[in-house]
Design a protein around this ligand. Structure first.
Ligand code: FAD
Ligand code: DLZ
Ligand code: SF4
Length: 508
């Protein structure tokens, strides 16, 4: 009897475990564009279009490789709305002895898969997800017995394991981490690198027409230019290595009012769909170092994001779910201001970041962390609401990577498991690292008063409100010393301004 292999829409990798396990001569593959997946959050239209276009191209390739593949195109009225419906329908139409999947990217989907043996009365095999460098068991083994899980130590282990940027057992260049060199503000020079653009072919054009007309989604589909195949993603990688990587390190933390990408790679879309392999990406960067085309601070910084942060957040996610999603250590309960969806706010840094998000389904890391993230943290947004926003609006967003970054890194809602201190900052940080403030109606130098930058009062008030939970954190000592230097009148004025901001958030 044949076996049925379900390929999830974000697992389009050539080394997919299901493809190794099954036999194209006898088994069948299954893929589907599903209403449940397009609607569990209000996804960005570009994200849905990217996934569908990449799925359709991959299905075509798999058929050309000789696989028998059943593919359901999106139809809002179709009876198959979920993965369960999709598999059940295939089982009704064929004679199968086993269903096979690779470990999905979301706990929600794994939970669904785990119900099938009972619900559909068939053996179900879950194989590893080969889009990652670190197996989940290896992450747990690394984490076991450690008092604190710190990304830096995990990263060093990954460097040793992969041999990336290593000279025998020593880090290439002498240091493990060159972050100290990666904090420059960008003042217009060198010119920002633009990502490579891909003109939609007829397959992608069909998807764009479908998503534009049939699916209720956030954001704009205009000028869709994303890579949707492995071949295009490799071109985008080569382009980034040539044009962005040389300055990636220097300007990794920079922000610019009128530049959406600066020197970032825009490769997360392809990496998270399995269209690029993380090791291949890091090797391309290391080669540029060897060829003298990019400096060590750029290459090390870039490699750290991929074999460090990316693998680390995934490990944390699977080790801690499902309870992780419910954590709210700082007891944050404010509703998400509605302008997160429209960009309709006078706070220039937020308006510009949200505008870029609506246009591109992308914002770079510092915008996500220090603008939209920082505001949500110091304002005290309910973690569930801000997590849902990030999961919806970015085309690289899947629960395994979005949740730890938002709930852990941004909201500190996991009590410091992921990051050793909250990334709370006042307007001064945004002013130093970008040029938004010059064009803002608020005054970044002011903390109280109607014209004062809202980040300032919210920042001090955040420290004040969370004193009991944060005051003993070594890395927060200096901040508390600065707060304590203010006299009680000043502290009260800040509390009043922060309370006003919370009460009037919609009109900021
Ligand atoms: P570059 O700056 O060029 O970095 C290179 C690669 O490193 C990225 O493509 C990505 O694969 C990896 N990377 C960098 N930082 C991280 C990180 N913190 N976690 C995981 N991988 C990282 N990334 C996602 O892929 N999906 C998400 O849903 C997502 N949500 C985020 C939410 C918040 C609140 C924050 C602060 C960060 C989030 N990130 C997420 C991480 C990071 O912002 C994006 O990976 C990055 O902006 C993608 O753009 P890029 O490819 O140009 O990245
Ligand atoms: C995010 C997403 C969307 C929008 N649509 C689909 C889809 O139609 N079919 C599919 O297989 N996957 C989709 N995905 C990704 C899933 O929500 C989910 O994250 C992964 O399948 C889990 O690996
Ligand atoms: Fe953002 Fe404040 Fe600067 Fe305005 S003044 S851009 S709100 S940091």
């Amino acid at each position: 009897m044949a076996r049925l292999g379900l390929v999830f829409g974000d697992q389009l990798n050539a080394n997919h475990a299901v493809l190794e396990y099954l036999d194209p001569a006898r088994d069948q593959l299954l893929m589907g564009e599903l209403a449940s997946e397009t609607s569990y959050v209000w996804h960005h239209a570009r994200k849905i279009a990217l996934i569908f276009a990449a799925m359709r191209h991959r299905a075509q390739e798999l058929r050309e490789e000789g696989w028998s593949l059943r593919y359901q195109v999106f139809d809002a009225e179709h009876a198959c709305r979920s993965f369960t419906d999709l598999v059940a329908a295939a089982l009704r139409d064929g004679d199968f002895e086993e269903v096979v999947v690779s470990w999905p990217g979301e706990w929600r989907v794994l939970d669904e898969v785990r119900g099938w043996e009972r619900q559909l009365d068939i053996p179900v095999t879950v194989l590893p997800d080969t889009r990652f460098v670190c197996a989940l068991e290896d992450f747990e083994a690394w984490a076991e017995g450690r008092k604190q899980l710190r990304m830096e130590f995990f990263y060093r282990q990954m460097r040793r394991q992969t041999g990336l940027l290593m000279v025998e057992d020593k880090p290439r260049g002498g240091d493990w981490n060159y972050d100290r060199d990666n904090r420059k503000a960008w003042r217009g020079e060198p010119p920002a690198a633009r990502p490579m653009r891909f003109k939609p072919d007829s397959v992608t054009a069909d998807v764009l027409a479908l998503v534009g007309s049939k699916i209720d989604a956030f954001g704009s589909l205009d000028d869709f230019d994303l890579p949707v195949t492995q071949a295009q993603s490799r071109q985008a990688l080569a382009h980034f290595v040539r044009s962005g990587l040389p300055h990636f390190g220097d300007f990794q933390d920079a922000m610019a009012d009128d530049e959406d990408w600066l020197f970032h790679s825009r490769l997360s879309f392809s990496l998270n769909l399995g269209l690029l392999d993380p090791i291949e990406v890091c090797e391309a960067a290391e080669k540029a170092l060897g060829d003298g085309q990019a400096p060590i601070n750029a290459v090390e910084g870039f490699v750290r994001q991929i074999i460090g942060w990316r693998e680390y957040v995934r490990g944390i996610y699977w080790m801690k779910m499902p309870d992780y999603a419910e954590m709210n250590e700082l007891d944050s309960h404010q509703p998400l201001p509605s302008w997160y969806w429209t960009g309709d706010t006078d706070m220039r840094c937020l308006a510009q970041t949200i505008d870029a998000t609506r246009r591109n389904a992308y914002a770079h890391h510092i915008q996500r962390l220090m603008v939209t993230g920082n505001f949500a943290l110091i304002f005290g947004v309910l973690p569930r609401q801000i997590c849902e926003w990030y999961l919806a609006v970015y085309a690289d967003a899947y629960d395994w990577v979005e949740l730890p970054n938002t709930l852990g890194m941004v909201m500190h809602a996991d009590g410091g498991l992921l990051g050793s201190k909250p990334y709370a900052a006042s307007g001064k940080y945004i002013q130093r690292m970008g040029n938004y403030c010059k064009q803002c109606r608020y005054k970044v130098a002011d903390t109280v008063g109607e014209q004062a930058c809202p980040f300032n009062a919210l920042y001090w008030d955040f420290l004040d409100r969370n004193r009991e939970k944060l005051k003993d954190n070594q890395r927060m000592r200096m901040m508390y010393r600065n707060l304590d230097r203010m006299n009680s009148d000043r502290q009260q004025a800040i509390r009043d301004r922060a309370a006003w901001i919370r009460d009037n958030a919609e009109s900021l």
